[in-house]
Design a protein around this ligand. Structure first.
Ligand SMILES: [Zn+2]
Length: 54
């Protein structure tokens, strides 16, 4: 179940936060089906990904 935290949505499996509930739900359904892999398409939209400086 996607969790709403203030104006963000959290995938309960990988704990990443999204501004868009659509991505949070996509991430979560991916994480549940593929626990050992990450959906890079969704993760790109995570708040954490945007804060990182590569
Ligand atoms: Zn996830």
């Amino acid at each position: 179940m996607v969790k709403k935290i203030k104006n963000l949505y959290q995938c309960e499996v990988c704990k990443l936060h999204y501004k868009n509930i659509g991505w949070a739900e996509k991430c979560e359904s991916w994480c549940k089906k593929h626990p050992n892999s990450c959906n890079l398409e969704a993760i790109k939209h995570a708040v954490e990904a945007k804060q990182k400086s590569y």
